[in-house]
Design a protein around this ligand. Structure first.
Ligand code: HEC
Ligand code: HEC
Ligand code: HEC
Ligand code: HEC
Length: 207
C-alpha cells in the first residue's frame, strides 16, 4: 500500500512526465514518436471505398460468413428486360416470328446437348430470371448460384477469393468479378493464348 505522501510524489512524477511531451514541437522521446509526428497521414480505405465504386452499383454477397461485393449485372445485359418481348410463351413468339431467330448470335458450347439447352438455365414462363435445375428463380445479379449447381468447387474458391479477380484493393472491402464477366455462360471456355513472340532461346536450349 502507498502512504499519502508516497502517493503525492508518484502523482507529481506522472504529471511532470506527461506534460514534458507537450508544447515542444521539435523534441521527441524516441525515434518512433518522431516518425509518427512527421509522417503524412493518409487514409487508404477512404480512397478505395468512396472513389472507385458507387455503393448503389454493388450487390452484397454473404456466403458462409464471408462478405464481399460484386457489381450489379442486369444493367450490363443488352436485351434485359427480357419480358419486353417475352410476354407470351416462346412457342407463340416463334410462330409469330418472321423466320429470323431473335437470338441468332447465341449458340451453346457448354457441356453436351443432352445436359444443356436454353431452358436448362432460362425459364420460358419467367424470362426475367434464371432458373435452377429444380425450377427455382435465380436473379441475374446472383448468377453464380446457377453455376454453383454444377461447379461447386470453383464457386467455393471464388467465395474464398481464390478463383476469379478482386477489383478493389486488398485492405478495403472486396469487390469481385462475377463468373459471367469472364466466362460467357453460353460458351464458357477461355480462349488459349499464345506467347506474343516465338521464343528462339528456348528452341536453342533444347538442341
Ligand atoms: C427484342 C425481343 C426480345 C428480347 C428483348 C428478348 N427475347 Fe428472347 N426471344 C425473342 C423471340 C422472338 C424468341 C422466339 C424464338 C426465336 O425467334 O428465336 C425468343 C426466344 C428465346 C429463347 C428460346 C430460344 C430457343 O431456341 O428455344 C430464350 C431462352 C430466350 N429468348 C431468352 C431471352 C432472355 C434471357 C432475354 C433477356 C435477357 C431475352 N430472351 C430477351 C425475342 C426477344
Ligand atoms: C448455362 C446456363 C445457360 C444456358 C444453357 C443458356 N443461357 Fe442464356 N444466359 C445465361 C446467363 C447466366 C446469362 C446472363 C449473362 C450475363 O450476366 O451477362 C444469359 C444471358 C442470355 C441473354 C441475354 C444476353 C444479352 O447480353 O443480352 C439471352 C438473350 C440468352 N441468354 C438467351 C439464351 C438462349 C437463346 C439460349 C439457348 C441457345 C441460352 N441463353 C442458353 C445462362 C444460360
Ligand atoms: C447443369 C450443369 C451446369 C451448369 C448449371 C453450368 N455448367 Fe459449366 N459445365 C458443365 C459441364 C458438364 C461442363 C463440361 C465438363 C467439364 O469440362 O468439366 C462445363 C464446363 C464449364 C467450363 C469449362 C469449359 C472448358 O472446357 O474449359 C466453364 C468455365 C464453365 N462450365 C463455366 C460455367 C459458368 C460460369 C456457369 C454459370 C453461368 C456454368 N458453367 C453453369 C455443367 C454446368
Ligand atoms: C477474372 C476472371 C474469372 C472469373 C471471375 C471466374 N473465372 Fe473461372 N476461370 C478463369 C480462368 C482464367 C480459368 C482457366 C481457364 C483455362 O485454364 O483454360 C477458369 C477456369 C474455370 C473452370 C474450368 C475448370 C478449372 O478450374 O480450370 C470453371 C468450371 C470455372 N472457371 C468456373 C467459374 C465459376 C463458376 C466462376 C464464378 C463463381 C468463375 N469461374 C469465375 C477466369 C475466371
Amino acid at each position: 500500500m502507498l502512504s499519502s505522501s508516497q502517493f503525492k510524489i508518484l502523482a507529481i512524477t506522472i504529471l511532470i512526465s506527461a506534460s514534458s511531451c507537450k508544447g515542444k514541437k521539435k523534441e521527441y522521446h524516441n525515434l518512433i514518436h518522431k516518425i509518427e509526428a512527421q509522417s503524412i497521414q493518409y487514409d487508404r480505405d477512404s480512397i478505395q471505398n468512396h472513389n472507385l465504386f458507387d455503393m448503389n452499383e454493388l450487390v452484397e454477397i454473404d456466403e458462409n460468413d464471408i462478405h464481399f461485393y460484386i457489381e450489379k449485372r442486369k444493367t450490363n445485359i443488352k436485351s434485359y428486360a427480357c419480358n419486353e418481348c417475352h410476354n407470351k410463351p416462346v412457342g407463340q413468339l416463334q410462330k409469330e416470328g418472321l423466320g429470323k431467330k431473335a437470338h441468332w448470335d447465341i449458340t451453346i458450347n457448354h457441356a453436351d446437348t443432352k445436359t444443356m439447352a436454353c431452358l436448362s438455365c432460362h425459364n420460358s414462363q419467367d424470362m426475367n430470371n434464371l432458373q435452377s435445375i429444380t425450377g427455382d428463380p435465380i436473379d441475374f445479379n446472383y448468377s453464380y448460384k446457377l453455376c454453383s449447381q454444377c461447379h461447386h468447387s470453383q464457386v467455393k474458391d471464388w467465395i474464398g477469393g481464390a478463383h476469379g479477380k478482386n477489383i478493389s484493393g486488398w485492405k478495403s472491402e472486396r469487390v469481385s468479378k462475377l463468373c459471367v464477366e469472364c466466362h460467357n455462360p453460353h460458351a464458357p471456355q477461355i480462349a488459349k493464348r499464345w506467347p506474343s513472340r516465338y521464343n528462339s532461346t528456348m528452341v536453342d536450349e533444347r538442341k
